[in-house]
Design a protein around this ligand. Structure first.
Ligand code: DX5
Ligand code: ZN
Length: 219
């Protein structure tokens, strides 16, 4: 069954513990944590101190999406702060293999992320080093944007390649995911759906999460 990874970018940081408790009580096991540096993307979000606080609060899987330039500078710091999965952008560095090896040395899960206009084919040589590929379905930088349908080509391409080459990475999708398109992205091959505004900003978090889980369970 595909998983839902709520993106904390849309959470209410005054009520963060309470909101994490609600998600956990609904069977959520992954939390998506967006880090932005104002350079790789035109926005600044949350970072190491907030990650540390969350780590000390929960044993859920912390899926850290680094939207930062030269992420090699911060792998050890995010690992120490409690990341479980460390997602780096393909477009943000040329030291991919070195970074994935370091993430493994630290006992964490390496993942690569591609922007909507990057073709999955560009990362073929890197696929054997990662346990997850994150396909962006909006331009990274902001929550609440509209889903870019063409990004499903990247999901389909990756799924077919993985299945034909005996690889086992998970395919995650991030950006504009909602109750209307969740089923379609799972059909295309997504294993993990990141959702920010549609979990936190569309009314009751608990009800929204239940609705997502219903869709994922029916598949
Ligand atoms: C955007 C972030 C996303 C964001 C998704 O750059 O990577 O994780 O929180 O937000 P929604 O689900 O609102 O598109
Ligand atoms: Zn993200």
């Amino acid at each position: 069954m595909a998983k839902l990874a709520p993106s904390l970018l849309s959470a209410d940081f005054i009520k963060l513990g309470e909101q994490i408790d609600i998600l956990k009580s609904k069977g959520i096991s992954y939390l998506h944590f967006d880090v932005m540096d104002g350079i790789f993307v035109p926005n600044i979000s949350i970072g190491i101190p907030v990650l540390k606080s969350i780590r000390s609060y929960t044993d859920m899987v912390l899926d850290v999406h680094l939207m930062i330039t030269q992420p090699e500078r911060y792998i050890d710091a995010f690992s120490a702060a409690g990341a479980d999965i460390i997602n780096i952008h393909y477009e943000a560095t040329d030291k991919h293999i070195e970074i994935f090896k370091r993430i493994r040395e630290l006992g964490k899960t390496p993942a690569i992320t591609i922007k909507p206009r990057t073709s999955w084919k560009e990362i073929i040589p890197l696929l054997k080093y990662v346990d997850m590929v994150l396909v962006m379905s909006v331009e990274p930088g902001f929550g609440g944007q509209s889903f870019i349908p063409e990004s499903l080509n990247n999901v389909r391409g990756l799924k077919e390649y993985r299945d034909n080459h005996g690889l086992a990475f998970d395919i995650e999708i991030d950006g504009g995911i909602n109750l209307e398109n969740a089923e379609k992205v799972v059909s295309a091959g997504a294993d993990i759906l990141v959702a920010g505004s549609s979990v936190f900003s569309k009314g009751d978090i608990s009800e929204q999460t239940e609705k997502f889980m219903d869709i994922l369970e029916k598949r």
